[in-house]
Every structure is written in C-alpha cells, then in structure tokens.
Design a protein around this ligand. Sequence first.
Ligand SMILES: NC(=O)c1ccc[n+]([C@@H]2O[C@H](COP(=O)([O-])OP(=O)(O)OC[C@H]3O[C@@H](n4cnc5c(N)ncnc54)[C@H](OP(=O)(O)O)[C@@H]3O)[C@@H](O)[C@H]2O)c1
Length: 219
Amino acid sequence: MKIGIVGAGNIGGNLTRRLTALGHDVYVANSRGPQTLTALAEETGATPVSVEEAPRGAEVVVVTIPLKAIPDLPSGLLDQAADGVTVIDTGNYYPQRDGRIAAILDEGLTESRWTAQHLGHTVVKAFNGTYAQDILDRPRPAGAPDRIALPVAADDARAKQVVRALIEELGFDTVDSGTLDDSWRQQPGTPVYGLREGVDGVTKALAEASRERTPDFTA
Ligand SMILES: NC(=O)c1ccc[n+]([C@@H]2O[C@H](COP(=O)([O-])OP(=O)(O)OC[C@H]3O[C@@H](n4cnc5c(N)ncnc54)[C@H](OP(=O)(O)O)[C@@H]3O)[C@@H](O)[C@H]2O)c1
C-alpha cells in the first residue's frame, strides 16, 4: 500500500521502520525537509519528501506531529491523496506542550475531532496511547498470549477497517472504540492510555473511562 507519513519523530519514525519492513511503499516528511531524513531513508527504504508531497497518491496518510502544529499544515494537504484516502491521527493534546485550545478544554471537542476539523478530512484515531518503542518491540503474531491490543476510533466504518487491518498486520490486536465523539475514552489520562493489555483489558479500560479530565489536562 502507498502510505504517506507526516511527522518523522518517535511515532512517525517507528511506523516508517515497520511499514517498510512489511513491504509498504512509504513516503515520509517532517517540518525541516527531506534532506534531514536521509538516515531514516537509508535505514528503511522509505522515500523522504516534503510535507506537501507525502500524501500524494497515498491510500493511507498518517499525521503524527505535535497537536499544536496541526494548524500549521498546508491547507488542502490531502487534496492529492488517493480517492477515499484513510487518514490516521496519532495525536494527543497536552496543554503544557500545545498551549490552551478552548475548543477542546471548554467546549469538550475530542482531540481527534479538532484535528479532523483542521485537516478538513475525517480521521481514524489510533496509536495515540501506544509507546513509540512498542511499535518496534511489541509486535506479536495473531493468537500470541502476550499480543497487545490498540483502541481504534473513527466515524467512517470503512476507514476504521482499513486501519484495524493495518494494525493487525503490524502485530497488534485492535478494539473498536467507537466514533470520534467517543474517542475521549482513549485520550491522555484515561485508563486505556499507555495500557499494555489484550482485547479484554482494553475493552474493560475503555468502559471504565470517565469524561472528567485529570488536572494535567484541564489547564
Ligand atoms: N512519543 C510517543 O510515544 C507517542 C505515543 C503516542 C502518541 N504520540 C503522539 O503522536 C504525536 C507525535 O508524537 P512524537 O512523539 O512522534 O513526536 P516527535 O518525536 O516530537 O516528532 C514530531 C515530528 O513532527 C514533525 N513536525 C512538527 N511540526 C510539523 C509541521 N508543521 N509539519 C510537518 N512536520 C512537523 C517534526 O519534524 P521536525 O523534527 O523536522 O520538526 C517531527 O518529525 C504527538 O501528538 C504525540 O502526543 C506520541
């Protein structure tokens, strides 16, 4: 599959490593330009590109940059992606890092709904509670007793299925965590955030989430 990755940090870099290893055709971008991504390109075989180029013709686009940088992305970023492109949002909102965002803090918009509005395209929320290193260290074959599960939230059922299949190919189980409006259940500070458990543990943690945010996330 042709996959564009916008953001080449902890998560974007490790997704580039694993997705290329699985044979996907990966185009990866960061804020400083493709000339700063030669080491990652040599290591993985991914193609370093500009942010504008990363989504071109891509069937899946992963947006994995700090939430505060989302509004800086070029407008029409996804216009040249493949028809029906699936967009993955790995982001989390940390007020201390990302600044005060009233729509999230005061109006209760979920973080991924806010990101989708800025992108002008619906997203699938995935990987947001996954330690970046686990993408490399924790893949397990289907059925392995220690295979961990990741929650996946989206409004678009087809896009959700595309992402669930991709995550399963990466070596993890998935749990359907509902729509983007339900996705507060997997935001920072919730029981499932950072949880390393299988389908049953993740399902239970999602059910136990409280809409009340912890003090770290109410600044
Ligand atoms: N780290 C984790 O374990 C983890 C786990 C789950 C979810 N997340 C979430 O996933 C997101 C990414 O996290 P991360 O840890 O991978 O971040 P990171 O290591 O800080 O990397 C951020 C990447 O985004 C790029 N970037 C920043 N602004 C950009 C812009 N305007 N246009 C294009 N690229 C831009 C940076 O490029 P430059 O280096 O060139 O500036 C860098 O490649 C965050 O929302 C984070 O909360 C992180």
